[in-house]
Design a protein around this ligand. Structure first.
Ligand SMILES: Cc1cc2nc3c(=O)[nH]c(=O)nc-3n(C[C@H](O)[C@H](O)[C@H](O)COP(=O)(O)OP(=O)(O)OC[C@H]3O[C@@H](n4cnc5c(N)ncnc54)[C@H](O)[C@@H]3O)c2cc1C
Length: 476
């Protein structure tokens, strides 16, 4: 059997690439190592029967904000976005929790005399959200959108998070910024972390931080359903080690991270290009825990139960210290924990009266220890009695995560370290976006722009590149 195109890896980017090719008239085969599609956006019963856990991604501001996903009829394939009462809560010891509301004015009102600075920093991007997100998720080869608006992001991108936080006087605003910036997975004293924090804050105000009802697997299941409905073919249980094992095709797209591509057999890529791919640096690993709970998490501040996502880690200073640890090869005793409590808002996730919780913290890449106690102790500080609600838990160290999805190299959830060097600097030069020196081979995983997250845009841009350069579609 031969196809116009073969895509390897059925995570959000592989699915997006396969859809874009198929809907432009290319017969497309999507090949996946696991028995199910979805990559790091899959929902599984990993604790007790009836408890549905998102092993990888759980909260999807970039999913609802993705220009590519928005172009697909995903509602007809089962996607329903669930918006919690507030996108995010950030509990603080001895003080009111900071709450990031959907509404920027409401958030500002809760931040006291930091409110005006909050609106000044983030308001312009919220107002021009469509331009902002289209710019951030665009192919690096396409011209910048609204240079004036993006120039306002530059001061946030080039300064450290504590530097940006100097605009705020109180713990609430400072902690909200630090917790969002910590999604970058690099020490908060580094550049770019502030831009990551700003993007997530702006997304919360503009489109929210929803979950798909039923879990992340509903979203990737809908992508797969749409792909097969337009004639695409999916083959699961096929771990590709050599490109020679694939059916012939005019174009092959690899939704695999750069290091994995470097190790493929028969790729036909030159030794120097493979060396360049092999030098790609991965970010910290994640240590992940899923819990089945006997009841909701007993937060000391009840306002925290209004939020779908909770940043558990205390003040900006605490988070700066815990996020510095993985880069120094250590695990913080009090790690910054990203937590989601979806069953409070989506009753399909757990049996009646029961709940699920999802959390991870950053650890050194490839770390093989157990951070379950450290994560639970951190949650207990802000929710005394949490452990007594645990019916069952499933812990995922970096090796277990990588066995589950080979793209999570050393437990890195983003496909590569988020550094200036890898985003726009020398490490990126010579890695020409989605193309490789072979005219029929393309890259389109989270290692390619615009990077990690469930948005499918790397897959979409990879497919557009193949449509233009291999299939000669002039309208691309
Ligand atoms: C714990 C965790 C939490 C996260 N939280 C969020 C979140 O809340 N929100 C968010 O937006 N993002 C989140 N992410 C990140 C997000 O899930 C990823 O950035 C995204 O899934 C990347 O998509 P991808 O298609 O490039 O790769 P993946 O989703 O990793 O998919 C890669 C696929 O390729 C397959 N594969 C690998 N090797 C081979 C091979 N040799 N042959 C065939 N198939 C192969 C894998 O099995 C997998 O299915 C999280 C990730 C993790 C792990």
């Amino acid at each position: 059997m031969s196809y116009d195109a073969v895509v390897v890896g059925a995570g959000p980017n592989g699915l997006a690439a396969a859809i874009e090719l198929q809907r432009n008239g290319c017969s497309t085969l999507l090949v996946e190592a696991a028995e199910t599609v979805g990559g790091a956006a899959r929902t599984e019963e990993v604790t007790l029967p009836g408890f549905l856990h998102d092993v990888g991604s759980a909260v999807h501001p970039l999913g609802i904000g993705s220009p590519f996903f928005s172009s697909l009829p995903l509602e007809s394939f089962g996607v329903e976005w669930v918006h919690p009462g507030a996108p995010l809560a950030h509990p603080l010891l001895g003080e009111n929790a900071a709450i990031l509301e959907r509404d920027i004015e409401q958030t500002a009102a809760s931040l006291g005399d930091d409110g005006a600075a909050w609106i000044r920093r983030f308001g312009p991007f919220v107002e021009h959200w469509d331009t902002f997100i289209t710019h951030l998720l665009r192919s690096p080869l396409s011209p910048p959108r609204s240079p004036l608006l993006m120039a306002r992001l530059a001061p946030l991108a080039i300064r450290s998070t504590p530097g940006i936080a100097n605009a705020f006087r109180h713990n609430q605003a400072r902690a909200l910024l630090a917790g969002n910036a910590a999604h970058a997975g690099t020490p908060l004293t580094h550049t770019l972390t502030g831009a990551v924090g700003a993007t997530l804050i702006v997304a919360a105000h503009a489109v929210g931080w929803p979950f798909p009802r039923g879990g992340a697997g509903t979203l990737t299941g809908a992508l797969a359903g749409y792909f097969t409905s337009i004639g695409g073919v999916i083959e699961t249980g096929h771990a590709v080690r050599s490109l020679a094992a694939l059916p012939t095709a005019r174009a092959t797209l690899l939704a695999l991270t750069h290091g994995q591509v470097a190790n493929l057999e028969d790729s036909g890529l030159s030794a120097s290009f493979r060396r360049r791919l092999g030098r790609w640096r991965y970010g910290p690993g994640a240590f992940k825990v899923d819990w089945a709970l006997d009841g909701p998490i007993p937060w000391s501040d009840p306002a925290v139960a209004r939020a779908g996502t909770v940043h558990v880690g205390g003040t900006l200073e605490d988070i700066v210290s815990s996020e510095a640890a993985p880069a120094a090869g250590k695990v913080s005793e009090r790690p910054f924990v990203l937590l989601a409590q979806p069953s409070l808002f989506d009753h399909s996730r757990a049996p009646e009266g029961k709940h699920t919780a999802w959390a991870y913290c950053h650890v050194p890449n490839g770390w093989n220890g157990d951070a379950t106690d450290a994560i639970e102790a951190q949650i207990e500080r802000f929710a005394p009695g949490f452990r007594s609600r645990v019916l069952s838990r499933s812990s995922w160290n970096t090796r277990r995560l990588e066995r589950w999805d080979g793209n999570l190299v050393g437990g890195d959830v983003n496909g590569g370290a988020l550094t200036l060097n890898q985003m726009v600097g020398p490490a990126r030069w010579g890695l020409p976006g989605y193309r490789t020196p072979r005219r029929d081979l393309y890259l389109c995983s989270a290692s390619t722009p615009p990077g990690g997250g469930v948005h499918g845009m790397a897959g979409y841009h990879g497919a557009r590149s193949a449509l233009k350069h291999t299939f000669g579609l002039t309208s691309v």
